[in-house]
Ligand binder design. Structure first.
Ligand code: PBG
Length: 336
């Protein structure tokens, strides 16, 4: 991309519509291209067998039991999707204030990971590192004295990252926003000999109202008291995102993520320009709900807005995108 426009050209010798006139020409001058290789598919997992429960606030998205998850991941692999991100819906009976179910090696997400890795070894598996699916307060960390405790939470996150890696997950994705978590997790993984375990840090994660449907999907909305503003970022801030990303790279993150996606593409752009590291964004549940909800009413064309928004992420500087529309997008890209 030109950094400076020294030769602008002038109408009528220059007509910018010339290059846009034919489809072949538009393809020839296209600056960015969305490919199936850019997609990460987040999937919700539930207990049971042959069980599938629709998520009301995310039309078209179901929670899947492990057996159905394996089939779904096979399909994603066959479409060429490089990686999936697994999120468990935890039985409320297993939720405690310390979220210890997070590091139970027999928990749902670990069982799901092992089953998927065995059946579909050639797709990447990403697991979240945060306590919210397991914490009776619905928070990403341990709450004491009305405050999410940073360093105490790190101990739990380390254990969670280790059991998930032992279960077969390839990428640990800390989404908790505790200070120092990336360094602590990297050190613990290395200490266990998991030198190849990758870390995709939710580096610039904002306290956003766009996560509500996700919290319905994993069943944490009922539990959550208050908000996550003492650890997730203030959406008024942009320079602070660069500090977060910089810290995470120094601490050993292999890839960094900005979240949410579409309303935060300015942050993606700054991150990619400033650091030039593998950069991702998450088209989150609320963004999905907005587009799908409107499309289901006939107000938007789902296929078109999906590809348009995902291409916008690429244009902003993303190397890849987490999207609930990954399978739909992969099919559309294939049929083109
Ligand atoms: C939890 C987590 C959240 C998401 C991914 N990991 C929610 C939250 O922080 O409350 C949101 C994903 C989405 O909305 O699609 N640590």
């Amino acid at each position: 991309m030109p950094k400076r426009f020294s030769t602008l050209g002038r109408y009528p010798s220059t007509r910018l519509r010339r290059n846009r006139r034919e489809d072949w020409s538009r393809r020839l001058v296209a600056e960015h291209k969305l490919s199936v290789d850019d997609l990460i598919w987040p999937v919700f997992v539930q207990e049971g067998k042959n069980a599938r429960t629709p998520v009301d606030s995310m039309p078209g998205v179901d929670r899947l039991s492990v057996d159905l998850l394996v089939d779904a991941v096979k399909e994603a692999r066959d479409l060429g999707i490089p990686a999936v991100a697994l999120f468990p819906e935890t039985d409320p009976k297993s939720k405690t204030p310390d979220g210890r179910e997070a590091y139970n090696p027999g928990n749902l997400v670990c069982r799901a990971t092992t089953a998927v890795k065995k059946a579909v070894p050639d797709i990447g598996i990403m697991t979240d590192v945060a306590l919210d699916p397991f914490n009776s307060d619905g928070h990403d960390g341990i709450v004491r004295d009305g405050y999410v405790q940073n360093d105490e939470t790190l101990d739990a996150l380390i254990k969670q990252a280790i059991v998930q890696t032992e279960a077969g997950a390839d990428i640990q994705a800390p989404s908790d926003m505790m200070d120092g978590r990336i360094g602590a997790i990297r050190k613990a993984l290395d200490g266990k000999g998991f030198i190849h375990a990758q870390i995709m840090s939710y580096a610039a994660k904002y306290a956003s109202a766009f996560y509500n449907p996700f919290r319905d999907a994993i069943g944490s909305s009922g539990a959550l008291k208050g908000d996550k503003k003492t650890y997730q970022m203030d959406y008024a801030n942009s320079d602070e995102a660069l500090r977060e990303v910089g810290f995470d790279i120094e601490e050993g993150a292999d890839m960094v993520m900005v979240k949410p996606g579409l309303p935060y593409l300015d942050i993606v752009h700054r991150v990619k320009e400033s650091f030039g590291v593998p950069t991702y964004a998450y088209q989150v549940s609320g963004e999905y709900a907005m587009l799908r909800g409107a499309a289901d009413r006939g107000w938007l064309d789902w296929d078109k807005v999906l590809i348009e928004t995902l291409t916008s992420f690429k244009r902003a500087g993303c190397d890849g995108i987490l999207t609930y529309g990954a399978v739909d997008a992969a099919r559309l890209l294939k049929s083109k």
